[in-house]
Design a protein around this ligand. Structure first.
Ligand code: GLY
Length: 333
């Protein structure tokens, strides 16, 4: 008896069922929200701040709608405000007591809790982009001063003369600070911070947060505030939401403001109530003002500030909403 086995030729595909290509589910409508700093903002600076937050949110939204990630969107929104002298971040950053810029930034990915942060940056236009590189390319979370400079240079960031980041407004704020010796008198004085931030959720449901600042006018050389500290200035967790904060740095970091809001949301409180409870809680406990923007994992929004003003803008369901005063919600058609 001859046993005949029919084998497929070695170079033929075996007759298995073809595997279906698994498509990534992209079922979230992207949302982005930005802030341009909480504080005692004078009337003369209101329009510039509103224009700046609208430009930033449109910049980030474009990336989200082209299929970009939440991380890239929040970085781009913050870069846009770092370019704008109406904000205390990048160009326009406030000055320390020696008249220098010392900038700080952080960024966080809610999918895997990856973080990147830099502090005491003097020579680069976009601290948030260096922070993003720390997130993607460094085994560390927060790099400061000379180390941040070396890291940025090694990654190809072009250095600038630090004086080129100093605006007339920042010089004026430092003069005022030195004259009055009281923090918080000027718009970009110590109470305000004037920090910028962005929170986004992309089509995959990933949440990212970015925050960037020049700190406080008249701060000590080497002072580090809340912005580069994860949990104070920035927090993102896909299972809860994302928060970026602004305001009096020493108070925000004592209260771990961003993480306090996340914890409240985790306990079932909605983002509006969580943001208000934590910001007002910090203010009554520590007698300083702050503001925060929040997104829940479901895309619900929270905005609250205990300062006189805070510029904010968001794009959700193709609508651009914005404001700067309490109880003000404007819409751009
Ligand atoms: N929130 C900015 C700062 O105080 O440094």
């Amino acid at each position: 008896m001859v046993l005949i086995t029919i084998l497929p030729q070695w170079n033929q595909e075996l007759p298995f069922k073809k595997k279906k290509k698994r498509r990534r589910r992209r079922n979230m409508d992207p949302i982005i929200i930005v802030h341009g700093g909480a504080g005692d903002i004078p009337e003369s600076r209101v329009q510039g701040k509103l224009d700046g937050v609208k430009t930033a949110v449109i910049t980030g939204n474009k990336i989200l709608h082209q299929g970009g990630s939440a991380l890239d969107a929040v970085e781009a929104a913050v870069v846009s405000m770092e370019n704008d002298e109406y904000f205390n971040a990048g160009y326009g950053s406030v000055l320390n007591l020696r008249g220098e810029v010392e900038m700080e930034a952080s960024i966080m990915c809610g999918k895997n809790l990856d973080v990147g942060a830099v502090t005491l940056v003097k020579d680069f236009e976009h601290p948030i982009s260096i922070a993003h590189k720390v997130l993607t390319d460094s085994p560390h979370s927060l790099i400061g001063g000379e180390g941040a400079k070396l890291f940025a240079l090694s990654k190809g960031f072009a250095p600038l003369p630090p004086e080129s980041l100093i605006s007339e407004n920042a010089k004026h704020a430092l003069e005022e600070f030195k004259k009055h010796g009281e923090f918080g008198r000027t718009e970009i004085g110590i109470r305000e911070g004037g920090t910028v931030g962005a929170v986004a959720i992309d089509a995959d449901g990933n949440i990212a947060v970015a925050t960037s600042t020049g700190g406080m006018s008249g701060k000590a050389v080497g002072r580090i505030g809340d912005t580069p500290q994860i949990g104070s200035g920035t927090y993102a967790d896909n299972s809860v939401g994302g928060v970026s904060t602004t305001g009096h740095g020493e108070s925000i970091l004592k209260y771990c403001l961003a993480h306090s809001i996340i914890k409240l949301m985790e306990s079932g409180i909605n983002p509006t109530a969580a943001t208000k409870t934590a910001v007002e809680g910090m203010t009554s406990r520590l007698n300083n003002t702050a503001g925060a923007i929040t997104l829940s994992k479901m895309g619900d929004i929270g905005i609250h500030f205990s300062s006189r003003r805070m510029a904010w803008a968001y794009i959700k369901n193709k609508k651009l909403m914005y404001g700067i005063n309490h109880n003000q919600i404007l819409e751009d058609k």
